[in-house]
Structure formats: structure tokens, C-alpha cells
Design a protein around this ligand. Sequence first.
Ligand code: NAI
Ligand code: MG
Length: 397
Amino acid sequence: MSKRTIVSMPGDGIGKVVLDETIRVLDAAGFKADYVEGDIGWEFWKSEGNPLPQRTIDLLAEHKIALFGAITSKPKDEAFLELNDEMKDKGLVYSSPIVGLRQHFNLDICARPTKSYLGNPLNFIRRGADSGIEEPEVDAVIFRQNTEGLYGGVEWSDPDEQVYDAFMTHPKFKKNFGNTPKAEVSISTRIFTKTATERILRAAFDHAKEYGYNSVTLCEKPNVIRETSGMMYKMALKMQAEDYPNIELWNTNIDAQMMWLTKNPENYGVIVAGNMFGDIISDGFAGLIGGLGFACSAQMSADGIAVFEPTHGSAPKYADYDVSIVNPIAMVESACMMLDYIDEKEIATKIRKAVADVINEGETRTYDMMKMSGRPDVIERGAASTTQMADAIIAKL
Ligand code: NAI
Ligand code: MG
């Protein structure tokens, strides 16, 4: 096996520890790689006024594959106050480097698998028809459009005249908002393009085909959001009919889906949605399999650039504990998605099996798996540290 170069971007807070422990697991599983560290996050905002320095963009452009921990984001004004004094007069405005990375490299396909592990005490349970407790198996992959929609960043408060006048040409805007003073109006747009919509739909159908799921569920709201959700639904119908006749297309609304996901999560396999609804529904499903400590993701561009990250953030309140208590599994699982992507499936399978064994055995559990609140004393109370969890996974390899 030739040696790969992986860009490692620990970022802030717990991003560092979960990434370090994950690289230890990858090494132990026999994955041969050199890691080059990419600077990203709060530290670089404070010192350089840029949380995503050009050198990091260059590194990713060169090596194409990255593992990312998490970053800390703060509101604009707070960010300004923390900026290094020499930078304060440069007119810099903070924006999230991970969103910047997604947009720069057009990482438009986001996949978030949620699969329950046997023996995980955090798995969703419900009462069955005979009053007994049921633990439905959850195995859903959410395909979230990652670059446009409501997170596309095209927004205004008190828009300038030109923008306002353009909106006033829309009869509904004129009728419903035309009497509101302009200064009171904030607008966030939801822009979908055909190219990006086609790509996320196809990624979902292809995944269903490759991994043997018999349905794809489009989770939007086409009955109300007629233009964007409506376009996506029409395109999904056409794609299914033309290219995926053996896979059913289900159409659910985001609100109803949030209810169904706890009534019958076992019915859903591949789910596809726009940016915001994809974000919502993937957190919903993640909650059924143990929450943020288990939620992994891949973000991929059309030209082979891919970033793998847990969906949790930097959890700053746990970042400075002497002994780290957070669960590294979401990061480890994200690394397994990277291994799948670069065709190291055997190593990925080995690591996933080791994780499954540790969870099923139940001897090593981080505080979240013991339903404790995350204080430093959880270790004395029997919870595993981040390092101990990684050690337990390594021992099973
Ligand atoms: P968060 O995901 O960092 O933490 C929320 C809570 O989830 C934590 O307090 C902790 O109880 C739990 N948690 C998170 N990761 C865990 C793990 N690996 N093991 C066990 N428990 C875990 O979200 P929060 O507190 O809303 O945001 C903190 C910072 O992270 C903010 O600055 C936010 O902007 C940023 N953030 C960054 C993301 C990214 O880098 N992609 C995503 C989400 C938030
Ligand atoms: Mg989210």
C-alpha cells in the first residue's frame, strides 16, 4: 500500500483531542499516511485576522483529502473584540472557516450516516403494540446539499433601495410586506440551482443503489416552498423514473418527517434534502443513535476534494479539562468514511468492527454513554476518557 498524505485540521477546542486519538486508531489499524497539519480556527482569526489562511487552502488543494476536528465560531461583534490589537483597524469581519472551506472547494455533497450500534445505551427505544420495549434498528444516511439554500449567505437587513425595489416587483412581497418600513425588513434567501440539486439527488440514488437500500426519501416541503423544494421534487421524480426504476422515491415534508423519525425510524434508508432541512433531519436521526458523540460526516466536491468531520462542534467548555472526557467515536467514524472514499474499505471495516465490539461489550463508555453530565469527575465515577476509549478500540483491532 502506498503512503498517502492527509491534511489534518484539528481546529479548536475538542477538535484537537478527537483528531489526535483518531489518528492513533488509524495508525494502529495499519493505515499508512503522512499527516500535514492545516491551520484553521479561532487562534488564526485572533492572530492573523483570518480563520482560514490561504496556506491551508493551498494544502487541501494539493493533497485533496482532509480530516477536520471542529472550530469555534462567535458572533461578529464578539469576534472583533478578540482580534489581535494590530488587526483591529483593518476592517476584518469574522466568518466561519468551515463554511468558507465548503464554499471555496464547492464541497456540495454532505453525507451523514446514522447507524445504531448494538449495545449502545443511548439507542432510541419506544413502547411497542404489546407494551413491550422495542429498539428499532436505525440505519439511515442523510444526503444534505452543503453549499446553497438557506445557508448560501445571500441575505440583507434593511436592504438597499435596489434590492428592496426588486422585491417590491413580486406581488406577494408587495402585498404582505409592502407596508412595512424597509428598515424593519430582514431577508434571507433560499437559492437552489439545478446543477447542485441534480448532484445531491444523484449522490443519494447512487448510494441507495450501491448499498442496497430500496428507497430514497426526499425530505423537503414542496407543497409550501414551491419553487425550490418543488424543483427538487420534480427533478427527483424524473431521475427516479429514468435512471433508478428499482428504487422507490418517497416524498415527505420536513415537519412530518421529524415526527415519523421517532415513530418508525427503521422505515428510512437514504434521505436527501436541501441544506437546512438536511442539517435538521440529520441531527434528528443522530439523536436516535446516541447524539453528537456518534454523528459523523463526509463532504465531497465534484473534483475529488473531500473533508471528513464529526458533526459536533468544539465544545469549548470541555476543551481545557486535564483529562479529556469527550467521545472520539464520531471522529473515528468520520475517518472510516474517509477510508471508504479513498478505497481503503478493508481498514474501515476493521475499525468499524472494533468500535462495534467496544460498544457492545459495554466495559468502556465515555460520559455521554453513561448519561452523565460532562464534569471532570466523570472519570472517577467510571467513565472512560477520550484516550481510554481510543485505547479500547485499538485493543479490539
Ligand atoms: P458542540 O457540538 O460543540 O457541543 C454541544 C454539546 O454536545 C457539548 O456541550 C457536549 O455536551 C456535547 N458534545 C459535543 N461533542 C461531543 C463529544 N464528542 N462527546 C461527547 N459530548 C459531546 O456545540 P455548541 O456548544 O453549540 O458549539 C460550540 C462551538 O462549536 C461554537 O463555537 C460553535 O459555533 C462551534 N460549532 C462548530 C461546528 C463545526 O466545527 N463544524 C459545528 C457545530 C458547532
Ligand atoms: Mg448542524
